[in-house]
Ligand binder design. Sequence first.
Ligand code: PMP
Length: 457
Amino acid sequence: SYQAMSKQRLLEIRKQICNPMTMKVTYYKEPVFIHQGHMQWLWDMDGKRYLDLFAGVATVSVGHCNPRVTEAAVKQLEHLWHTTAIYIHPQIQEYAEKLASLLPEPLKVVYLTNSGSEANDLAMLMARVHTGNHDVITLRGSYHGGSPLAIGLTSNAAYKYPVASGFGCHNTMCPDVFRGVWGGNQCRDSPVQTIRECSCSPGHCQANGRYIEQMKEMFATTVPNRIAAFFGEPIQGVGGAVQYPKSFLKDTYKLVREKGGICIADEVQTGFGRTGSHFWGFQAHDVMPDIVTMAKGIGNGFPMGAVVTTEEIAGSFAKGVHFNTFGGNPVACAIGSSVLDTIAEDGLQENCAVVGTYLLTELAKLRDKHEIVGDVRGKGLMIGVEMVTDKVSRVPLPKEAMAEIFEDVKDMGVLIGTGGLYGQTFRIKPPMCITKEDVDFFLAVFDQALQNYETRR
Ligand code: PMP
């Protein structure tokens, strides 16, 4: 069995024949050999337990092997795995209705996929078909997928290849008020804000205006007069929990629509209650997208994705035939349905709000205590801790230093993630069922790891 294989052998296979590139993002000097999971906990092959605060990049929403979801999956596995979309199976209809009921009007038509990249590919195609335009805009630092189409949306060189891709894809400045050129020290840094607000002048955020000017400049210079779509994550995930200034998305949606484009919210990381105050990340921005794409948390780790759009856009798209062999298979739908029930019945969105706000507030104290913690931000259980060499220069903490702290946190029993364009941000996006006690444990571990680093320095 795989357990009988030596760690050495497993590592050799991984490095040689099993998508060796991923070793680059496996980060740890001593890789973790994961063996089993239960809710917010993971166990390695030696039986050591970890508190999982990364959840497979915000994917495990209701807990590893959540017994209720496992039961739903097993029940369905015993009945039917697959047919084809040409038959009617109750599971898919029931699930589509349940999912659509969680979105505001007019977002009502559901297409099921198997991943986030696939969902974004489909959304891009829909936008182009519906508008008759080609050009698509994203924000720098964004991650929207690694498939040949979605890689063009992704605006992070680490995930790009020197091949022809991204035809018709353009990016504009990400309004990052911590690291970007505007906002900076003047932006209020209360960690529990919905969005970042700049206090440059009362009631008006200058940073937002400046970044919107950049968007306008891009419209004047880079794209034709009519575009297909804007894709935006409500909070950047891979980018390092980057939050935009107040009204940035609202103003952007307006400009995009003036250019004939539609607006797409990528909720792959922010959806399903993770941000606490709302079920969908876009709702905190007071905008109404034309298409919402989702994946990750939708299936609690089971490969699933979805695109939800309006009847009007679905009508344009119906001029052709779109088919997806595995999208919406009965097993995925049974799991998806059970995930939605679990979020509702276990109050997990509320838990994200309460536990997430507590975590953000306490992390802000660590920011004030440690010179190398530059910024604490996020919402609910979608959190970023940006590390710097010092608070004045804000130079990103070098990779080696990040790795040391990261390794130390792991050795003390907590798994977190890293992200950001320079790998300078710790990412915390745990299963949505974590408790205040878990948070206290992590805070003690993180504080200790920071102290250890500072002592060694
Ligand atoms: N969108 C966002 C915001 C993501 O974070 C990701 C994955 N990191 C994707 C899309 C792509 O999802 P997948 O890996 O399932 O293709």
